[in-house]
Design a protein around this ligand. Sequence first.
Ligand code: NAP
Length: 255
Amino acid sequence: MTDRDLSGRVALVTGGSRGIGRAICRRLARAGAWVAINYSSSEEAAAETLAQIRADGGGGGIYGADVSSLEETDAMFLGIEADRGPVDLLVTNAGIASFRDDVDMPVELWRRILSVNLDGTFHCVWRAREAMLARGDGRIVCISSINGLAPSTLRPDRLIAYGTSKSAVIGFARNCATAFGPAIRVNCVAPGLIDTDMTKDMSDEMRRRIVESTPARRTGTPDDIAELTCFLLSDAAGFITGQTYVVSGGLVTLP
Ligand code: NAP
């Protein structure tokens, strides 16, 4: 057993059916955690994540819930608790974006993005924290975005609602780290452009401009995010809380 080992831990990854969430699920399972894979509509994809975990020799289960719903989130936690006990490790990854010019954004779109990205994060952290505080141990990683740190000057779609939701996630995580320490550590990971379903419709021209402005000269992979997330949930990161880490190949740098 090393300080990176997560054996015996129960992890929940929201939006674990695809993309970054799937890579995080697989990485946590390889570290020994039992992984609850959340999805909202992609049940088949969630089952595929579970099949991949099992093929790697790990364990887990799939749990449907729209995290923007407090009731569905609570039912998901009850299901995990009945199956495996309380959640020790939480990754709030489920998120949506709208790649359009937000200047004329309908209010319904604003509400939906904030509801999934921010309320969904809040619902899960609030539900997980009770058992974490009672046990005196919990670790949380919230997936934000570079758009939560710096408005994009490279994209024609201005991502006002998305960027606002991701800034709020960082503020929420910082406040939770202060409020719930030392029992619970809470950190954020802010990815740059990662190749997933979310970004697959981006134009070649836009992708080229972003890569050219990125010191690493490439887009990121879901595994780039999974590796850091796994570290932050482990004992090896025991003195790290309230922080935001950018994984963008250097496109965005923090002071
Ligand atoms: P993705 O490929 O579109 O996958 C999104 C995941 O979130 C899916 O598993 C989806 O499950 C789930 N999800 C969406 N709405 C949900 C809801 N209401 N309740 C529960 N699950 C829901 O996106 P991704 O690129 O992997 O993004 C994952 C996270 O990273 C997001 O928070 C995103 O904002 C962030 N991020 C991504 C990038 C990027 O370049 N890709 C950059 C920065 C930050 P269903 O299919 O079942 O709905």
